[in-house]
Design a protein around this ligand. Structure first.
Ligand SMILES: Nc1ncnc2c1ncn2[C@@H]1O[C@H](COP(=O)(O)OP(=O)(O)OP(=O)(O)O)[C@@H](O)[C@H]1O
Ligand SMILES: O=C(O)C1=C[C@@H](O)[C@@H](O)[C@H](O)C1
Ligand SMILES: [Mg+2]
Length: 178
């Protein structure tokens, strides 16, 4: 799979923003990265739950997909943090304001996995609260999102066949080269 590292300066390095499909490992790897770098760890999903005082699943059920995306966009667009690893939710890339903001406060790393691996890890997407429209298949969702993740990424990490520690090491390697 293609990898990319387009960062030209270290100026944006005050936060690291992890994006990618649900189950890509953003939260799992993010917390380990935070320990290794001495950064704070922020999980956007938990910030959303906290600010809205509802579970993600309830938010999606009650507000609908567009309502959830709009809440997710607003909350991510107002994140005010420094020296943090930010694990985003998989649907964050539908929020243009959120992505412009996250890009302005950090280096965006896309954790890329094949459709097959995501499908295997995910199990029942609906049950996990994935933003999947009626009649839309997981494969369609994957193809809809991949170009968005790629377009916002400063660094793309091919995470196929990597365990969590290997993924974290690969991210650390890429970060040390920018
Ligand atoms: N490198 C990996 N190898 C195998 N399993 C993994 C790996 N990374 C994460 N997992 C498993 O995949 C599941 C989802 O991981 P995680 O919650 O970190 O994903 P996420 O990217 O944060 O997803 P979401 O967008 O839903 O928040 C967990 O059960 C985790 O143990
Ligand atoms: O990828 C998705 O559609 C989602 C992933 C989760 O992290 C949550 O942000 C929410 O459940 C939607
Ligand atoms: Mg997560």
């Amino acid at each position: 799979m293609e990898e990319k590292n387009l960062i030209k300066s270290k100026d944006k390095n005050m936060n690291i923003v992890l994006i990618g499909m649900p189950t890509a490992g953003k939260s799992t790897a993010g917390v380990i990265l935070a320990k290794l770098k001495g950064f704070d760890f922020i999980d956007s999903d938990l910030v959303i739950q906290n600010q809205e005082d509802r579970l993600l699943k309830e938010l999606i059920e009650q507000e609908g997909i567009d309502g959830f995306i709009s809440i997710e966009n607003r909350i991510n667009a107002s994140l005010c943090v420094d020296h943090s690893i930010i694990a985003t939710g998989g649907s964050v890339v539908y929020g243009a304001e959120a992505m412009v903001h996250l890009k302005s406060i950090g280096t965006i790393i896309y954790i890329k996995l094949s459709y097959e691996t995501i499908k295997k890890r995910l199990g029942d997407a609906q049950q996990r609260g994935v933003v999947l429209r009626e009649q839309q298949t997981l494969l369609e969702l994957y193809h809809e999102r991949c170009p968005l993740y790629e377009s916002y990424a400063d660094i793309i990490i091919d995470a196929e066949d990597l365990g969590v520690e290997e993924l974290v090491n690969k991210i650390m390697e890429q970060l040390s080269s920018i």
